[in-house]
Structures are given as C-alpha cells and as structure tokens.
Design a protein around this ligand. Structure first.
Ligand SMILES: NC(=O)c1ccc[n+]([C@@H]2O[C@H](COP(=O)([O-])OP(=O)(O)OC[C@H]3O[C@@H](n4cnc5c(N)ncnc54)[C@H](OP(=O)(O)O)[C@@H]3O)[C@@H](O)[C@H]2O)c1
Length: 280
C-alpha cells in the first residue's frame, strides 16, 4: 500500500443536511465533531461536493480555519453528475472556495457514471495536479472496468479508491475490485463500516460473541475484521473522543483465525446497493 495514505479519516456525510442543506441543521454540533476528530489526531477529513449540496464543505472550511494547514489533509469528491472536463474544473474551484483553501490534498471522482467519458475527469485533474492545486488524484466506487480507465488515462497516480466495504457489503471482493486495487498498489478506503451492523441480526450476534470474549465492543470487532484485509484504510463518521479512542484501539486488535472465518462466512453472503457502482 502507498504508505502515507492515512489509516483513519473523519467522514462527513449528513453534516449540514442530506442531499440538500437542512436550514435547521446544528452547524455548531458538526463543526464540533470535526474539531474533535482533528484534536484527537485524525488528520484527514473526507467530504464531497454533493454532501448537503456544498454546505458540508463550507462547514469543513469553518472548522479547519484556525488549524495550521500542515496539521490536516482534505479529501473531497467531484459530483458524479458533473464529469465533463469543464464541469470538473469549475466544480473543483467551487470546492476550493467553499473550503477556503488554496489546494486540496485528495480530489476524487465520487463514482463512475456511464453517461460521461470518464477520461475527462482524469484529464482535468491531471492538469490541476500539474498546477499544484490538487496534491493527489483518487477515485471512489470504482470497480475493475472504471479502474482500468483510470489507470490507463491518469499520468498522476491513483492514490485511493474509496468504496463500500463493511460486514454488510462484500461486493468489493466478489467484483474483483479488492484484488485489482491490491495488484495496482491502490489503498482501499472503506466507508459505511459501522453504519448498518446493528440492523443485521446475523452480523450483530456474531460480533457480540467475539466482542464479549475479547472484552471490546462489537463495533471494534467489525473494524478489526475489516482491518485484517491488507491495504484497507477507513473513513468513519464518529462524533466523540470515546468513539475515536475505540476506533484507534481497534486497529491494534488481532483476531483469531477462527473468528475471522466465522465473520467471513457471514460477510461473503452480504451485498448492498453501493456495489452497483462497481459494475460500471
Ligand atoms: N464515496 C461514497 O460514495 C460514500 C458513501 C457513503 C459514505 N461515504 C463516506 O464514508 C463516511 C462514513 O460512512 P457513514 O457516515 O455512512 O457511516 P459510518 O461511519 O460507518 O457510521 C457512522 C455511525 O457510526 C457511529 N460510530 C462511530 N464510531 C463508533 C464507535 N466507536 N462505536 C459505535 N458507534 C460508532 C457514529 O456515531 P457517533 O456519531 O455517535 O460517533 C455514527 O452513528 C461518510 O461520512 C462519508 O464521508 C462515502
């Protein structure tokens, strides 16, 4: 794995609203959660243009305003409904304005979209990388077919593929995405690792048994299981220091092979709708 890609990032989906800004959003709560993560030492903030239609990027911009630029990295993503060359250029500039930055560390294509020529995204971002306003180019929800385009087109290395990878979703394994990322030395940044685990009785009961044995939480076991796959990093929306401490500690948990097998058997039966992107 490219070694300097951060193991942990703060996810920001639902900060500022859902797809559209929420006029009643508690902005101070969201800004507080971003500062909590930064103060804990989580040095990467993961946001996107279409989170609350740009409002989330504005909140990130407000939260980071008084931190030294060298103390954090910002990852944002180009909206998948605007992937023409000029749309990427103007979308990126709008992100910079909302974040109040003069460069971003990671700029990703949020997801492939068959209505566009994917090469445009890489032509535009390679130009922006040459200008120094993007430090690294990445992708999200890219399966083998889209990854192939990315690797063929981008002169700038593809530094990350942010994908759904949780006990509720094994699509990156069955689609060949995981293997292709490993073969090409592309870190996999797993999202929605914790969001659904309480809702699935198979998953939650298996996690509880192992968690009781190791005296940690089921969520920590879920993360430890996913972390047993090489090349995996995490973007997680955690709000408290307690949750961040548990997440950090879970990175040190080494599961017994039989516990990994138990979870894997369940995991391989699970797929989510996010996996559909991987076929594009
Ligand atoms: N690229 C894409 O298409 C895509 C799609 C989905 C998500 N994402 C990114 O991935 C990020 C993460 O996904 P997500 O926000 O959907 O879900 P998530 O991070 O898997 O789960 C968030 C939930 O987990 C809880 N949590 C955090 N740490 C915990 C702990 N130690 N123990 C128990 N619960 C804990 C949080 O509660 P508290 O708030 O109380 O801590 C919150 O309710 C998003 O925010 C977004 O940035 C990207």
């Amino acid at each position: 794995m490219q070694t300097d890609f951060p193991k942990l990032a703060l996810g920001t989906w639902l900060m500022g609203g859902t797809k559209d800004p929420d006029p009643n959003n508690d902005d101070q709560r969201d800004i507080g959660a971003i500062k909590t993560a930064l103060d804990f030492g989580v040095g990467l903030i993961d946001t996107a243009q279409n989170y609350a239609n740009g409002r989330c990027e504005e909140l990130v911009g407000q939260a980071i305003a008084n931190y030294p630029r060298s103390s954090y990295r910002i990852l944002t993503k180009q909206n998948r409904i605007h992937l023409e060359y000029d749309q990427v250029m103007s979308g990126f500039n709008d992100s910079l304005t909302r974040l109040k930055l003069d460069y971003v560390d990671y700029f990703l294509c949020h997801a492939p979209n068959p209505d566009f020529d994917l090469t445009d995204f890489f032509k535009a971002t390679n130009q922006l990388a040459k200008e120094g306003v993007i430090k690294h180019v990445g992708v999200s929800n890219f399966g083998p077919k889209s990854l192939h385009v990315a690797l063929e087109t981008s002169e700038t290395p593809i530094t990350v593929n942010q994908v759904s990878f949780s006990l509720s979703d094994s699509s990156i394994l069955s689609s060949g995405t995981y293997d292709m990322c490993r073969e090409n030395n592309i870190p996999i940044q797993a999202y929605r690792t914790l969001a659904d685990i309480d809702e699935d009785p198979d998953i939650s009961s298996a996690l509880k048994i192992i968690a009781n044995k190791l005296k940690v939480t089921p969520h920590q076991i879920a993360l430890a299981y996913l972390n047993s796959y090489d090349g995996v990093c995490f973007t997680i929306k955690a709000s408290s220091l307690e949750h961040w401490q548990q997440i950090k500690d879970s990175m040190q948990i080494v599961l017994e092979p039989e516990d990994i097998e138990t979870l894997k058997k369940i995991h391989l039966t699970k797929k989510s709708g996010f996996g559909n992107f991987l076929e594009m």
